[in-house]
Design a protein. Structure first.
Length: 839
């Protein structure tokens, strides 16, 4: 019986094993991917579709059912995003029809780049801009090529239409590539083959005017059609797609939500309506709709009465024609976070995105792990060189598209963070195609970039709208010169109030004072009389923004701390520019000039115990400002650039600039220094770049050039501010001492931002009522507010700076309950008297 049972089992297992083996083999067989694009159903438009990315964006278009490239640059590229050659040893095929669109003034090439990857990481975004692969195609000099192999074309070859097909096949683990060139009648003209030295993985790019042979700029321009990719080596990575909703940015302030969504340049006949939807009890509900802005290609939503104490899922919905020519509804989702109210506010500070570090993956990872509650991009979201192609200043439509192509890189890198985190974003000089900007309140600059704006108002307004449309409404939206828009405003979040201003747009030009022959913004040696460059009519923030700040420092409802956000430091903390030996005595692009309006701005800021955060300098620093004496005003943190292009150093110790009161940490190039304009600066920490002369790895270069990001933690309970300056390749989860720049982290008190020493005191205030009231100290002789701040607790000793008579106002702006106490006389001894105040 046991034998029979054993026999039966064996008989059953035999065929079952074969069935399982067959199913296993069948299941493991690589899936054959087949995708074709003929573009016939896509309307004429600049943006090809979510499956592709073109560089430069403005030089490619769908036209008459095919792709046309009108670029004058070399290596203009058309990247396929979701279908990538993976590690699997499978076969594949790529085919595309091409043809000559225009000859250009020099010979050139077109074709396919195969297995395109960046050196630093296998990220599709990096591959698009920094990848290299195996090139194949034809050159109008009369030859076809595959890698380094070439074959002559027939003398009468017709470049107006042809087909390139490349096949990859494995045999005994060896990959062979075969390229076949066929003419417009389908006749096989040339075939080439090669065995690559290494594995072929990465994206596929179509190229216009590759850098081969004698090709140069303004080479031939080609069209492309009937693109096919197929084979088991291709992997489908749908997460690589980009668009049609590229990214969103939002702010939440005083229970008002503003959200902008960035879209591509779609066709004139396409849908322009975008919806904002919220998830409510498991169901998506449309709550607002908007029209895509014609030039900026974004849409903005505003919702008043937002419940800021609730986390809410949202999505932006847009119906469009996809890469296959089909109607599709795209949803881009994110989270409107609950506003922090019972814990410190974590503030991510970022600036200056020079493209060699794109997509900045190590930094983005560290930023995410740092758990910021809010982000601030202070300017230079683009540089003129970004994308690897030059700017176009005109015509106006083309200049705007050129800007947008570079702007889209910013969202491609940081969009996944910004969809879920409130984001403050402001433009700086490079965003408007200026190396430096002295805006002169919107003046046109037809003669050059040193006085006013070179680009048109329409262009500048696009930059303002793309960066700032989601910010709270401007304090005063009245346009400036030429009808140019403004965006300065305030934002309250997590019981911290932020003033968001421009220190460029209203600033006076150095040509108003430059009496030297070298460039007007650089002083190379000390001046005999600093008054010659500090004329009374000069402006830095402008009267309008100064008036705004005067009002803002008085607004303390639901606010514990105040922070000014601008683009640059209000001091000249750099000695060398551009190169190691590039000494500059004084830089009029810095916020250290002009001095009088600079001092005026600092005087307003310290009335509210304001901490300052800015970027621009490419040189991380932590400085306490001085107006009349060292350290008598507030502190400023210049966070690292995301990736430094133009380097700066602060090396006063090496060139004999006197220093006093070096901090206890003893790091060189720190302490009290007077700058070229007579400003008194206490430099507590500085992050000078190292020697990067022989560094080729993009991310290592960013690290050595002092790139990175800042994190500022506002502890509204104990009123402390902790400042962190992280390097590009830091490990924020397990940091060592070198992961931050020398001197960081630093913790200061909110009350350190009024560093002026007391000459006397007023009576100790003992308040019987709710803790943390707002106290205003008013000089009765001058009528001026000395300062206004929310105190911590119920006791406060006001310091004063003269022997005048004072008024104190104490109360709670949330309820409007305030009390005045006049004719208070100075006390020579702190705590000598007490003033009891009962609510």
């Amino acid at each position: 019986m046991n034998k029979n049972m054993n026999y039966k089992v064996r008989s059953f297992i035999g065929p079952l094993t074969l069935l399982i083996l067959f199913l296993t083999v069948f299941a493991c067989k690589p899936k054959e991917l087949t995708v074709t694009y003929n573009f016939n159903r896509i309307p004429d438009r600049i943006w090809i579709g979510e499956d592709f990315w073109t560089v430069p964006v403005e030089d490619w278009q769908v036209k008459r059912g095919r792709i046309e490239c009108n670029s004058n640059i070399q290596n203009a590229s058309f990247s396929i995003l979701p279908y990538v050659l993976g590690k699997r040893k499978g076969d594949f095929r790529i085919s595309v029809n091409m043809g000559l669109l225009a000859e250009g003034t020099s010979k050139g090439s077109t074709g396919i780049s195969l297995g395109v990857e960046a050196r630093e990481e296998k990220d599709t975004r990096a591959a698009v801009y920094f990848g290299s692969g195996i090139n194949m195609g034809i050159n109008t000099e009369g030859y076809a090529f595959l890698g380094m192999s070439t074959k002559h074309l027939p003398e009468n070859f017709d470049f107006s239409e042809f087909n390139i097909e490349v096949k990859g096949k494995y045999s005994s683990g060896i990959l062979t590539l075969e390229m076949v060139l066929s003419d417009k009648e389908g006749n096989r003209v040339v075939d080439l083959s090669m065995e690559p030295d290494s594995e072929v993985t990465g994206i596929i790019q179509l190229k216009n005017n590759m850098q081969t042979g004698k090709s140069g700029i303004d080479g031939p321009k080609f069209w492309f059609d009937d693109l096919a990719v197929e084979g088991s080596k291709f992997e489908n990575r749908p997460g690589n797609r980009f668009g049609p909703v590229f990214w969103t940015m939002y702010t939440l302030s005083n229970n008002i939500l503003k959200l902008s969504a960035q879209l591509p340049p779609v066709g004139d006949s396409e849908n322009k309506i975008v919806e904002l939807q919220l998830l409510d009890n498991g169901k998506w509900t449309s709550v607002a709709s908007g029209v895509i802005e014609d030039d900026a290609r974004n849409v903005t939503f505003k919702m008043i009465g937002w419940d800021s104490q609730k986390e809410t899922n949202y999505r932006v919905s847009y119906e469009y024609i996809n890469s296959s020519g089909e109607n599709q509804v795209a949803h881009y989702d994110g989270i409107i976070q609950k506003e922090p109210s019972d814990r410190p506010l974590r503030f991510g500070a970022l600036t200056c995105q020079f493209h060699y570090g794109f997509p900045y993956s190590p930094l983005v990872k560290n930023l995410r792990l740092s758990r910021p509650d809010i982000l601030y991009f202070s300017g230079d979201q683009i540089y003129e060189q970004n994308g690897g192609y030059p700017i176009k200043r005109q015509p106006e439509d083309m200049a705007i598209l050129n800007y947008l192509g570079k702007w889209y890189m910013f969202g491609w890198a940081f969009g996944d963070l910004m969809r879920n985190i409130p984001t403050i974003c402001t433009p700086d000089d490079h965003d408007v195609f200026h190396g430096n900007l002295w805006g002169e309140e919107g003046m046109a600059a037809p003669e050059g970039p040193t006085k006013g704006f070179v680009q048109t108002v329409r262009f500048v307004d696009v930059v303002n709208h793309t960066n700032c449309a989601h910010l709270p409404d401007p304090y005063d939206p009245t346009p400036i010169d030429q009808g140019m828009s403004v965006w300065y405003t305030s934002l309250n979040y997590g019981r911290v109030s932020f003033a968001i201003i421009s220190d460029r747009i209203f600033k006076s030009s150095p040509t108003r004072v430059a009496a030297w022959e070298t460039r007007p913004d650089h002083i190379l040696k000390p001046l005999e009389d600093l008054k010659t460059i500090d004329k009374p009519e000069l402006q830095m923030l402008g009267k309008r923004q100064e008036g705004f700040l005067e009002e803002w420092i008085r607004e303390w409802k639901d606010v514990d701390m105040k922070v000014l956000l601008s683009q640059t430091l209000f001091a000249n903390v750099a000695t060398h520019h551009g190169t190691w030996d590039g000494y500059v005595y004084g830089d009029l692009d810095s916020g250290g000039w002009p001095k009088t309006p600079r001092d005026r701005a600092l005087g307003i800021m310290r009335k509210g115990f304001v901490f300052h955060i800015a970027g621009d300098q490419h040189l991380p620093s932590l400085t306490q400002y001085g107006i009349d004496n060292y350290r008598d005003a507030g502190w400023c943190f210049i966070n690292p650039a995301i990736t430094v292009g133009y380097s700066r150093w602060f090396r006063p110790d090496e060139i004999g600039i006197p220093v006093s009161n070096r901090p206890a940490h003893g790091f060189p190039n720190t302490g009290e220094y007077k700058d070229a304009f007579g400003n008194l600066n206490y430099v507590y920490a500085i992050g000078n770049p190292g020697n990067y002369s022989n560094v080729s790895n993009r991310y290592e270069l960013a690290q050595i050039k002092s790139s990175g990001f800042g994190m500022v933690i506002f502890n509204t309970a104990d009123r402390n501010i902790t400042i962190e300056s992280w390097r590009f390749l830091a490990d924020v989860t397990n940091p060592d001492t070198d992961d931050q720049h020398p001197g960081w982290p630093v913790t200061i008190s909110q009350f350190d931002n009024y560093g002026r020493e007391a000459r006397a005191w007023l009576p100790t205030l003992k308040i019987k009522g709710d803790p943390d009231p707002v106290v205003e100290v008013i000089n009765q002789t001058t009528g001026e507010t000395e300062y206004m701040v929310r105190i911590r607790g119920n006791e406060f000793i006001p310091k004063i700076f003269s022997e005048d008579i004072f008024t104190i106002q104490v109360g709670y702006p949330e309820t409007g309950l305030m009390k005045n106490f006049e004719n208070l006389k100075p006390l020579s001894v702190m705590g000598q008297k007490t003033l009891d105040i009962e609510f």
